[in-house]
Ligand binder design. Structure first.
Ligand SMILES: [Zn+2]
Length: 580
């Protein structure tokens, strides 16, 4: 059974300093009353992620997400509510009081059950490796992996005759959970079969050190696929996981750079040779999620991908996403097939030499484009330059831009002035094409509505006053449901957001809370609200008049006099009310 957390502890955690904790994930700087930084939930170049220390809330003006500190940790660390509470408590020195009676969510139970299964599977695989001479030989003799590495990376083996299912049933796991664990596939007869049977096992841990899945590699030359992974589930998402990050993260932070490789064995061998900041993708392309995760530890990434065409293609594909996420990326060129082979053949010193000579990814990309271009005509050269400049225009650092323009000019034997002129043109075209729409498109009424809702959200006295004034009247375009909610609660600010299930509405309110500030007295607020209510009512009346006029037009043809007179009277009443 899982253990809940007492309401007192939750309240304490909610009061923790939102700035100091979010700062560990996002580099924040003060702007006005708020703090801003690059959003960890979407790719951006200029900060739109905003945090308010006093209101204990964050909102991103780019992807429109909002929430409090707990929801931030849930999202950024991909953990459930209670785990987020524990993470915050640990970071801010709060002692958690457990509460055995507290309700635990279904997802929470599933995750705990899956973890029990995965931990048991991991230890079973580890035990089986120790007695498999073939696997040990393969790892040590063929792959040069030593005992320390086997232990550190918790390597295992799944023999053909393993009865993993029987082992796992000892943990009292349910059939449903075993299916969801991602370790099995169902045979035609409906039996659960071990997906990794006959394979070496590489446990995959998330960066916090929770086992979330496995990679399995064949050790013979069978026709089976060389690698298989766990099925994706609530814990195992390849687009968000980096192999080895749980072990490498401190080293990455300390050295302020990461070595990104393509294979599990590359990472293990690299660590063995002292390159403890090495990590790998799990047989997928590099994603924005990977980079946002890595960004917490460094902005500098060295790509040591396989030297074959597939590796080059992977590098090329990664370039765009690396630029968008503002990484300084360098390419390590290997003379051997992969980093593991290189290290085993030449050792750490030679690898260090490669690191020192790593190329900025821009230059690697330029060379790649050049290889594909026939440089015998000026037209082709010009096309090549166009392609390159398209990328350079995203570079913010003018010195870097000029550096490369000069390099390319020498390389292609074209005057730098010519390339610079072309570059200015690219910049100009770009700025005209992608001009942003004006941000100030909000009309007056929306602002009036937001002002009322903001003050009702934050201040109970104002709230009561507005409720008395409006009673049952629905005057809002967007926020009638919020108004109803406010009538029935005494919660204010971010506490209230927890009660709102509609995600869009919640994000919208988060934006309003962070966007509005009052430096005026309560009386002035109440006066301003009065004015706003009147303005909204007036606008609504105007709209009503328009719709009645429309109706009049359609029935005038049929000629029902009574109805026409009734509608005309309605218009008069409305006009009187708005004084027009
Ligand atoms: Zn965002």
């Amino acid at each position: 059974m899982d253990v809940g957390i007492s309401p007192e502890s939750i309240a304490q955690v909610k009061n923790a300093d939102i700035i100091s904790i979010i700062s560990a994930y996002v580099s924040l700087r003060k702007r006005g009353r708020n703090f801003i930084g690059l959003c960890p939930f979407h790719s951006e170049k200029t900060p739109s992620f905003t945090v308010s220390q006093e209101k204990k809330i964050w909102h991103c003006f780019g992807c429109h997400e909002s929430g409090d500190l707990i929801s931030f940790i849930q999202k950024v660390d991909n953990v459930i509510f209670t785990d987020a509470i524990r993470i915050i408590a640990e970071k801010s020195g709060i002692d958690i009081i457990e509460d055995q009676t507290k309700y635990v969510s279904k997802d929470n139970i599933l995750i705990k059950n899956l973890q029990t299964i995965l931990e048991k599977a991991k230890s079973t695989y580890q035990e089986n490796l120790l007695v498999s001479q073939i696997s040990i030989n393969y790892l040590k003799k063929i792959r040069n992996i030593n005992d320390d590495s086997i232990k550190a990376f918790e390597l295992g083996f799944s023999p053909q005759n393993i009865n993993l299912l029987a082992e796992l049933k000892k943990t009292n796991s349910q059939h449903d959970d075993l299916i969801k664990s991602g370790l099995f596939y169902e045979s035609h007869q409906g039996q659960l079969k071990d997906r990794f049977s006959g394979r070496l096992i590489f446990p995959i841990l998330d960066y916090r050190g929770r086992t979330v899945g496995f990679g399995g590699r064949v050790i013979d030359d069978s026709n089976a696929p060389k690698y298989v992974n766990s099925e994706e589930n609530i814990l195992f998402n390849k687009r968000q996981l980096l192999y080895g990050l749980n072990i490498a993260k401190n080293s990455i932070k300390k050295q302020n750079k990461a070595f990104l490789m393509e294979g599990y064995l590359d990472v293990i061998v690299a660590h063995q040779f002292g390159f403890t900041n090495s990590i790998a993708v799990l047989g997928t392309a590099l994603t924005a999620n990977h980079l946002q995760l890595l960004k917490r530890f460094t902005d500098n990434i060295y790509l040591a991908f396989d030297s074959d065409d597939a590796g080059k293609k992977a590098l090329e594909r990664s370039y765009d996403i690396l630029r968008k996420n503002k990484f300084n990326a360098y390419v390590i060129s290997l003379s051997e097939k992969d980093p593991a082979d290189f290290l085993i053949k030449y050792g750490a010193d030679k690898f260090n030499h490669l690191i020192e000579n790593a190329q900025p990814i821009f230059w690697f990309y330029y060379q790649l484009l050049k290889e594909r271009t026939q440089l015998d005509s000026i037209e082709n050269k010009s096309n090549l330059i166009d392609q390159v400049l398209k990328i350079l225009k995203d570079e913010n650092n003018q010195i870097i831009v000029e550096h490369y323009i000069h390099k390319i000019s020498t390389d292609l034997n074209i005057s730098p002035e010519l390339i610079l002129a072309k570059f200015s043109k690219t910049l100009y075209n770009n700025s005209v094409k992608f001009e942003k729409p004006s941000l100030d498109k909000k009309n007056k009424l929306e602002k009036a509505e937001e002002f009322i809702i903001y003050n009702m959200l934050m201040d109970l006295k104002v709230r009561q006053d507005v409720i008395n004034k409006l009673n049952e009247e629905s005057i809002f375009v967007e926020f009638n449901s919020v108004f109803k909610l406010l009538k029935n609660t005494n919660k204010t600010g971010t506490d209230l957001l927890d009660d709102i299930k509609d995600k869009e509405l919640k994000n919208n309110l988060g934006r309003i809370i962070i966007n509005n500030n009052n430096s005026i007295t309560e009386n002035d607020i109440l006066n301003e609200i009065n004015n706003n209510i009147n303005a909204i009512r007036m606008e609504k009346d105007k709209q009503k008049i328009e719709s009645i006029k429309l109706k009049l037009k359609t029935i005038e043809e049929k000629g029902n006099d009574d109805e026409i007179i009734l509608l005309l009277k309605q218009i008069q009443t409305l006009k009187k009310r708005i004084g027009g």
